[in-house]
Design a protein around this ligand. Structure first.
Ligand code: PMP
Length: 408
């Protein structure tokens, strides 16, 4: 079994690079991508949709009809504003989540990760403070670091971010002379913990930020993957204060991550700036990918596949918590996700050390909790992604994790 090779970090051979390049850090998930492909390893690291939810047969047919109906035009350069169909589709998706918008508020992107980059580029100067959950999405930290932004983590519990703590952190940073351009949050089925911000806290968070003129970046790739479907999908923060929230959405978890389609929903004047910033990097998102997303997410099969996927993920979350109970019941505590791909497992009082490589030696991949903090502080937790492996393999992965965790 191959040991994880750390990617090169700053060294004397790095002369010539800009100062900010020191802040570029390899994603711990992408760094172990090769190991994750080894079939003898159970990968609980990447937040990948299950392969069986990716409709390759339907996509082959859709691509072929799009190409024959639209001809070479579909392979030509497209508009930086994205295609009309995708903007209209996002208007419908947002309506399901309580947000009433016009298509002029939608900026199609090549994945929501691009949206994170653009909002940071547009709003933040080096040294600015932004707030994020404790712990937060590891991929966002890579972006914030690259713009030399200081991230302060704000406490969360089973109901998500604590709005009073957010207010306090904004006021404290300002009292120290810092700008605070935005609060970054994944309020629904959070990555990495799986927790969801409660309705009361949603209202309070929006009030706290609006009163202080601080934007909220609502990163929401998991909002439609809700295990408790009786209540309907959770209403967005955006629906509560559209002028103060930039909402980032994605086709990655509800259709295909590889097609690279996501979007930002923002007030029209902000969207216009995002388009200019996006054109400078992307020129435009792939027209063919956008067309495929519109056709698939607009088809009746999609809702059936989505329902089936949600059921898959629900079973996997249950298999994870059952296996945690069986193998780690007396040594760990964990969150109980109501949707999405992740659970956060803490080992109170245990020094986890190099848990990534210990896990690899036992044949399991996880994301070490430390990766979910801007300062890489030591953490007594790991992120477990149950989305891409069968319930049986999840249980095996947890059994291996239990062997990898040092005794207290
Ligand atoms: N935000 C969060 C919270 C995510 O989990 C991910 C994917 N792992 C992204 C953004 C990026 O998604 P996309 O594929 O749309 O770029």
């Amino acid at each position: 079994m191959s040991r994880h090779q750390p990617s090169p970090t700053a060294s004397s051979t790095d002369t010539g690079f800009a100062t900010r390049s020191k802040e570029f850090r390899p994603s711990p998930v992408r760094a172990v991508f090769e190991t994750a492909l080894d079939p003898s390893v159970v990968s609980l690291a990447g937040g990948n949709p299950d392969l069986s939810t990716l409709p390759e047969g339907s996509v082959a047919q859709l691509a072929s009809s799009l190409l024959s109906e639209r001809g070479p035009e579909i392979l030509q350069y497209g508009s930086g504003a994205g295609i009309d169909g995708l903007r209209e589709l996002v208007v419908e998706l947002m309506a399901r989540r309580g947000s009433s918008i016009g298509s002029g508020e939608v900026q199609p992107l090549a994945g929501s990760q691009v949206g994170l980059d653009l909002v940071t580029k547009l709003y933040c100067n080096p040294g600015d403070v932004i707030l994020a959950e404790d712990p937060t999405y590891v991929g966002a930290l890579g972006v914030f670091g690259s713009y030399e932004v200081q991230v302060r983590h704000v406490n969360i519990d089973q109901d998500g971010l604590d709005p009073e703590a957010v207010a306090h952190a904004i006021d404290a940073a300002r009292a120290q002379g810092h700008r605070v351009p935005f609060v970054y949050t994944v309020p629904t089925h959070q990555n990495p913990t799986g927790v969801t911000l409660s309705p009361e806290r949603r209202r309070a968070l929006v009030e706290v930020c609006a009163a202080r003129g601080v934007m909220i970046i609502e990163d929401d790739p998991y909002g439609l993957l809700d295990f408790e479907r009786t209540t309907g999908p959770v209403a967005t923060l955006h629906s509560m204060a559209p002028e103060h929230v930039i909402h980032l959405g994605s086709a990655s978890k509800i259709f295909s991550p590889g097609l690279r389609v996501g979007w930002a929903v923002a007030p029209a004047h902000v969207r216009a700036r995002m388009q200019i910033a996006a054109e400078a990097v992307l020129v435009h998102p792939s027209v063919l990918s956008q067309e495929l997303v519109v056709t698939w997410l607009g088809s009746p099969q999609w809702t059936t596949v989505l329902d089936r996927s949600v059921e898959f993920y629900r079973e996997r979350a249950q298999a994870t918590t059952a296996a945690l109970q069986e193998h780690l019941g007396d040594r760990a505590e964990w969150t109980d996700p109501k949707g999405g791909f992740f659970t956060w497992v803490r080992f109170p009082g245990v020094e986890l050390g190099d848990i990534l490589n210990r896990g690899i030696q036992e044949g399991v991949l996880i994301v070490p909790g430390a990766a979910c903090y801007a300062d890489g502080r030591s953490s007594d937790a790991v992120r477990v992604a149950y989305s891409g492996v069968s319930p049986y393999r999840v249980a095996e992965g947890i059994r291996r994790l239990a062997r990898a965790v040092p005794a207290r």
